[in-house]
Design a protein around this ligand. Structure first.
Ligand code: SF4
Ligand code: SF4
Length: 335
């Protein structure tokens, strides 16, 4: 038995997606990082602590997600985790490609890190490495085994594309064998390298492929005792549309001090906040916040601006469906 729900946005909880660097040892085909817009330096540990502290005043029970680039390339990640825990944040997750640099598993404890969340884009070496680079599959699997052996909880992030959607059907037993507790399915976005090379446009799956395969596979995986989350993506015309920028508390923090409320805006200098003297300060208009309230029949404004190809209209010009906020998730839990 499983229970499926749309995870409603809430102003009561907050999520801090803290990119402590943008550097990475891999070069994935769909990488959304854009160092030109987000900074190239490793954020000094002192600054990481100051920014965590600044957010802890307004959001003492936020969930903190450390990410990059590859966050374990940062030599101060363990200290950042200790400090975030000390500040009392609700949960701490580390998103990693699995290489687990700087012997991070020996420097933090399962009591401090709620999840190591591993990115893998295929059930097979061939498919994953075709997307993420040679050797990345073996490194990721090794990292998962190692972290579970040390008592950490592991989740897995799978970015669905034309290159790997066929391997979703292999995931239920694969995830069980690995010992994964939570599975996140992601959609490719036209940002960062993916937008530059125009690769993602070819890699994105169609609406019918997504709807035919993703929800049913998520269901099958959840029946194996794994919590599965995937983006809603498409809303029927009568379904209510909400923009997380208006009704939720998500902050995407980058090493150059930019703080975005919407991931689709991260390629543009329209961030809502910017760290000045280690305090998040609202930026001048126009910025992303001015877009959030625009009410259009297609749903998400940013989607229409940067990836209009996933919209479809009747002959009369009416949208056939709305695009949901990219942060709206469906969750299926084992009962
Ligand atoms: S997608 Fe993640 S692992 Fe891949 S290159 Fe980008 S930051 Fe690195
Ligand atoms: S993805 Fe669209 S709906 Fe979601 S926060 Fe951004 S602009 Fe708003």
């Amino acid at each position: 038995m499983t229970v499926r729900k749309t995870v409603a946005f809430s102003k009561k909880s907050a999520n801090l997606f803290f990119h402590i660097l943008t550097k990475c040892n891999l070069s994935c085909r769909h990488c959304y990082i854009n160092p030109e817009q987000q900074g190239e330096s490793n954020l000094p540990l002192k600054t990481i602590k100051a920014w965590l502290e600044a957010f802890s005043h307004d959001f003492p029970t936020a969930n903190v997600i450390f990410l990059g680039g590859e966050p374990t390339l940062h030599p101060g990640l363990n200290h950042a985790i200790h400090y975030a825990r000390q500040l009392g944040f609700r949960s701490i997750t580390v998103d990693t490609n699995g290489y687990l640099f700087h012997d991070i598993l020996s420097k933090v404890s399962p009591g401090e890190v709620d999840f190591f969340s591993f990115s893998l884009d295929g059930a097979t070496r061939k498919t994953n490495d075709g997307i993420r680079g040679d050797g990345s599959y073996d490194a990721c699997i090794k990292g998962i085994h190692k972290s579970i052996a040390k008592g950490f909880a592991a989740s897995l992030i799978y970015t669905v594309s034309r290159l790997n959607i066929h391997e979703l059907e292999m995931m239920p037993s694969f995830l069980n064998d690995l010992g994964i507790e939570r599975f996140f399915i992601q959609v490719i976005g036209l940002r960062g390298k993916a937008a530059d090379s125009n690769t993602a446009g070819n890699l994105q799956v169609t609406r019918s492929e997504w709807l035919k395969i993703v929800p049913s596979m998520a269901q099958k995986i959840a029946r194996r005792g794994i919590t599965v989350s995937f983006p809603k993506v498409y809303l029927d015309p009568e379904e209510k549309f909400e923009c997380a920028g208006l009704v939720a508390r998500n902050y995407f923090i980058f090493p150059n001090g930019r703080v975005y409320r919407c991931p689709l805006c991260e390629d543009l200098p329209i961030h809502s906040l910017e760290f000045i003297d280690n305090q998040p300060v609202k930026t001048a208009k126009l910025n992303e916040s001015d877009l959030f309230a625009l009410n259009i029949p297609e749903g998400c404004v940013m989607n229409k601006l940067i990836q209009p190809d996933n919209l479809s209209y009747t002959v009369g010009g009416v949208p056939e469906y709305k695009i949901a906020c990219c942060l709206l998730k469906e969750e299926i839990k084992p009962k």
